[in-house]
Design a binder for this molecule. Structure first.
Ligand code: GDP
Length: 202
């Protein structure tokens, strides 16, 4: 379950443009600033792999990274820029939605949730949309190394995780698998890779 090779393959602006070699894929999505690029780099043990997808013009694309020549990690656009009023509604690029609904090789969506703060309304909206559309999902809680701070709601990451799970339970027939991570301590890195290996072997 180690990453030995990771290569950027392509940026696509629609599902039809995505790689057509049929390899299984796992898509990372979350609020901007949730720690998505840091997690991607932690998973592949690189400092800068994900930078490709941070280049202007590429952040609104579907970015495919081929791992060990046999599966893909997919970087999707972040949602809910903190300052925008859209934070309170689903502001989803049409192609992202289409990707979730139509991409046949998609094994699981990894929904990233920042565990260092209470989840935002838009996080619940995303989780419920995925649940209602029965898109297989794994919850990835990020920044679990951070200590509780009063200005962040005064709760520990474990408490924020529990609150989030309790709030989304109603949208799912069974609670989605979840993993606590930190790109600073690399907590959860092996667990994610093991989880991916297990899902690929189904
Ligand atoms: P993205 O916008 O989702 O790609 O988020 P980034 O990976 O760029 O991270 C956003 C900010 O959160 C940066 O300042 C990171 O240093 C910080 N960050 C990301 N992951 C972690 C983590 O696991 N722990 C801590 N303490 N900070 C993190």
């Amino acid at each position: 379950t180690q990453v030995s090779t990771a290569e950027f393959v392509k940026s696509s602006t629609c599902t039809e443009d995505c790689p057509s070699d049929g390899l299984p894929e796992f898509a990372l999505v979350g609020r901007s600033n949730v720690g998505k690029s840091s997690l991607l780099n932690s998973l592949v043990r690189r400092k800068r792999l994900a930078l490709t997808s941070k280049k202007p013009g590429k952040t609104q694309c579907i970015n495919h990274f081929k791992i060990n020549g046999s599966w893909y990690l997919v970087d999707l656009p972040g949602y809910g820029y903190a300052s925008a009023p859209q934070e309170l509604r689903i502001n989803w690029n049409e192609f992202t939605k289409e990707y979730f609904l139509k991409r046949e090789t998609l094994v699981s969506v990894f929904l990233l949730i920042d565990a260092s703060i209470p989840a935002k309304k838009i996080d619940f909206e995303y989780a419920s949309w995925l649940g209602q559309n029965q898109i297989p999902m794994t919850l990835i809680f990020t920044k679990c190394d951070k200590r509780k701070k009063k200005k962040n709601g005064g709760k520990r990451p474990e408490e924020n995780v529990e609150d989030f799970q309790n709030s989304i339970r109603k949208y799912f027939s069974s609670v989605p698998p979840w993993i606590m991570t930190s790109s600073v301590t690399h907590l959860g890195r092996d667990e994610i890779l093991l989880h991916i290996a297990q899902l690929r072997n189904y």
